[in-house]
Unconditional design. Sequence first.
Length: 451
Amino acid sequence: GHPHIGDEWCIYPTYDFTHCVQDALEDIDFSICTLEFETRRESYYWLLHHLNLFKPMVYEMSRLNISYVVLSKRKLLKLINTGFFHGWDDPRMPTISGLRRRGYTASALNRFCEDIGVTRNENLIEYDRLQEIFRQDIDDTAKRCMAVLRPIKVTFTNFDDATVPKSREVADFPQKPEGESPTHTVNLTPTVYIDAADFRTEDDKEYYGLAPGKWVGLRYGPCIKCEEVKTSADGEVLEIVATLANLPPDEKRPKGNIQWSPENGVTFEARLYDHLFLVPQVDDAIWEQQLNYESEVIITTAMVDPSILGADGKLPAAQTHFQFERIGVFVVDYDTDVEGGKLVMNRTAQLKASKPKSVEAPQKSAAEQEKDEKRKAEQRRQTELKKAMGNLDPKELFKQGEHVGKYSKYDDDGIPTHDAAGEALAKSAIKKLKKDMAKQVKTYTNAQKKK
């Protein structure tokens, strides 16, 4: 019987009988599918020939595989049903609505498709390729401004007495020829906020950020020196007391320049998106174990320069892009409440990795370093797991680990036929177990060949 209909129908449609007939009846000129359907071409034309129906041209191409992404609707639906995703428009989703909410533009997606082309060869497209095309696409439309994701308060003791420039006109698009870009004003205030990633309580010769007793440059501003650090009982940095000067006593501009936000900066919710999986090529057998549970990080206290506001002082509309210097490209999310004053922004892409220049040396925060260590640990664990699976006799697959105690009877190949209570398993359940067994046989055989 049919796995869903059972014995209710004496005959039921299948892919081989419906696909070709539907194409013919709808006068489809070209039927395009992926390579796994190439073996169906013979039955496709055989049936149309015997029915004397129109025969569309059939073409097969390789699947689109992108690193750190899965395109299986079954897997994506499971991630929605389990609450990992917020819906089909989750910015981590490889759906049109998800990509749009993440901030990807239609023109960037079209350029990406043109760039990778169509082929019959198996391939894995790097996700960074999409991000690079997007950065190029948005370069002339995403206004530059400064933002801090994890703000630390900096108070200047000599603000009134310091003879330093306290405002400056900055180009919205500095890559354009001088005079062709609109500008915005950056105002220095008695209190500013810097990013926690740009401050350390202990300095290092390889570190270009701010530290106690050290000078550093403010981007588009003067130099500052950390004089005092105020912390909470548990050691959290609450405030930095600093002094201002055009240049340090040695009259040399420091190598490090850090971004900042004035005290009247706009607070916003930053949603930082990263790879959906910890590994570039997902293993179907253990794909849920390879999920990156830090693929979405939400920071509710981020700050951005007030130049992000419109001429009327209102928040920007949804789907407006900005490039936050030294951080990445962000887009205004649909959850933004313009009238209510709530700004929500999604990170579409980080800035392109490059060798730090003498004037700029962004440093990873402690949280980011911890995240890297977790990713490496997970990759090591996955490697060990794969090695263990390569040594596991397929007939023992359903008698170990998570399967212990689940089944009472097995066939000659080691596939369970009865549950722990002695009840026969459903055909659909056995079918799934056979698929898992087939994967293990392949893993085991390949591992043994390498020995």
